[in-house]
Ligand binder design. Structure first.
Ligand code: EPZ
Length: 420
């Protein structure tokens, strides 16, 4: 019987919640370490669905690793990786498994994998990845199991790659893959998410020569080999932003600890323009009960309003005075969760797959909901926390993909949530 969350709404929250290591940083280091034959020690590791799936992929490839959940440490030895074929089932479970393609191609001269597939938020094409690999000197053969990449000469050659649109994992993967290529690679129109500069710092610590990570142009001078080192997973800015919105939507004073406020980019200034009051310190944010008004947003690459925080923000806007538009400019399928909020009583009109109009405030009534993806899933949890009566949420493995022990952490704040 699949697990569900049962939530009784209306509880005020109080206390402190600590932010975990960032899923979208940990996933990248797990791919990057395939480039080396030396151990990588990862601290502040988030033990969540996606990162455990990525460890499964590494184990399937032959890597050895030790886990210490208490200390949140994972030590991985990539030297025993002996397979250049990514398991199709594991690849389909983890869309970001595309990240392993480049490092595997560099390590073995070839790699076979199935298309990672899309998900509910969008088709998730990989055209910019394949274009980048070709520019670096790889040949692509499509076959019935997916595709095979092969290096034409003995090594990849540095190239100039201009991303036709900003891609976070595309930027990270071409940056990693160029590290051991011959000569200089220039990446233009790069994403500037904080996780990218952190990944570059790690690779440089291991002997890579990367300049400009965190800006829209990154230069990589190829080197012969890189070592392993220690990596500390930075706080998850999406968890932090989710908890900030949770504090506001429950009209509570909660302290969000172990976060990096400036990694929230435009989210804080936009919430402040809606009337939110915060106390912001070096590594914490305290939310204060605030009277909010509706403010329209457009999601945007960093440092704009993060698309991963669009669904909690949409819920927040159903609870405030006024009308606003939420424009999800990045993914074509990331607004369909709104119909579940409408069944609870929200007043949301979908104009097209990228835009909704929200009129607030509306009272929400507890309902039976399902979690379409991890970010809309946590939004259903927040909706249940403020709805009248009880709410059940199915498909909660989606939420466990990105939020570790979420019900325990919310219970500690006073939320009435059970995993059944
Ligand atoms: C990363 O996904 C994150 N995932 C996503 O977080 C996040 O929503 C997204 O960046 C945007 O910030 C990880 O870091 C593992 P993109 P990514 O490539 O890199 C299109 C979460 O909830 N595109 O920046 O896959 C694509 O369809 C996840 O933690 C192409 O067209 O996103 C999208 O419309 C969800 N062709 C746009 O670019 C390509 O070859 C941006 O996607 C690649 C992408």
């Amino acid at each position: 019987m699949a697990e569900k969350f049962l939530i009784n709404g209306g509880k005020k929250l109080s206390g402190t919640i600590s932010v975990n290591g960032a899923k979208n940083s940990a996933l990248k280091i797990l791919a990057a370490l395939v480039l080396s034959n030396e151990k990588c020690t990862i601290n502040n590791f988030p033990f969540i669905g996606d990162t455990l799936d990525a460890l499964e992929i590494l184990k399937n490839l032959g890597a050895n690793y030790e886990i210490d959940k208490e200390k949140k440490v994972v030590v991985i030895d990539p030297s025993s990786i002996n397979k250049s074929h990514l398991d199709a089932l594991l690849v389909r479970r983890l869309r970001s498994s595309i990240l392993f393609a480049g490092p595997m191609l560099v390590r073995f001269g070839e790699v076979q994998m199935s298309h990672p597939g899309g998900c509910v938020i969008g088709k998730r094409p990989i055209d910019m990845f394949l274009d980048g690999f070709e520019k670096l000197g790889a040949k692509i053969e499509f076959n019935d199991e997916g595709f095979k990449l092969k290096i034409k000469d003995k090594k990849l050659k540095g190239a100039k790659i201009f991303f036709s649109q900003i891609t976070v994992t595309g930027t990270e993967e071409m940056m990693m893959t160029a590290v051991l290529s011959e000569g200089k690679t220039i990446l233009q129109n790069c994403a500037t998410e904080p996780e990218i500069a952190v990944l570059a710092d790690y690779l440089n610590k291991c002997g890579a020569k990367i300049k400009g990570a965190g800006t829209s142009t990154i230069e990589i001078d190829g080197v012969e080999k890189i070592s392993g080192s220690n990596f500390y997973v930075m706080p998850d800015r999406i968890e932090a932003g989710t908890f900030v919105i949770m504090g506001l939507i429950t009209n509570s004073e909660i302290r969000i600890e172990n976060c990096v406020p400036e990694h929230l980019g435009a989210v804080i200034p936009i919430l402040e323009s809606a009337g939110a009051k915060f106390e912001i310190g070096e590594n914490y944010i305290i939310t204060r009960p605030s009277k909010l008004k509706a403010i329209s947003i457009t999601t945007h690459e960093y440092p704009g309003f993060a698309t991963d925080l669009q669904s909690p923000y949409t819920l927040l806007m159903t609870q405030v005075d006024g009308q606003c538009i939420v424009h999800e400019s990045i993914f074509e399928g990331r607004l369909f969760f709104a119909d579940q909020l409408v069944t609870m009583g929200a007043n949301i009109t979908m104009c097209d797959p990228h835009r909704i109009v929200i009129n607030g405030p509306t009272k929400l009534i507890g309902k039976k909901l399902t979690s379409p993806d991890l970010r809309a899933g946590i939004t259903m949890v927040l909706a249940g926390m403020i709805a009248k009566g009880s709410t059940t949420i199915e498909n909660i493995f989606q939420i466990d993909r990105g939020y570790e022990k979420i019900e325990e952490r919310l219970q500690n704040l006073g939320a009435d949530i059970q995993r059944i």
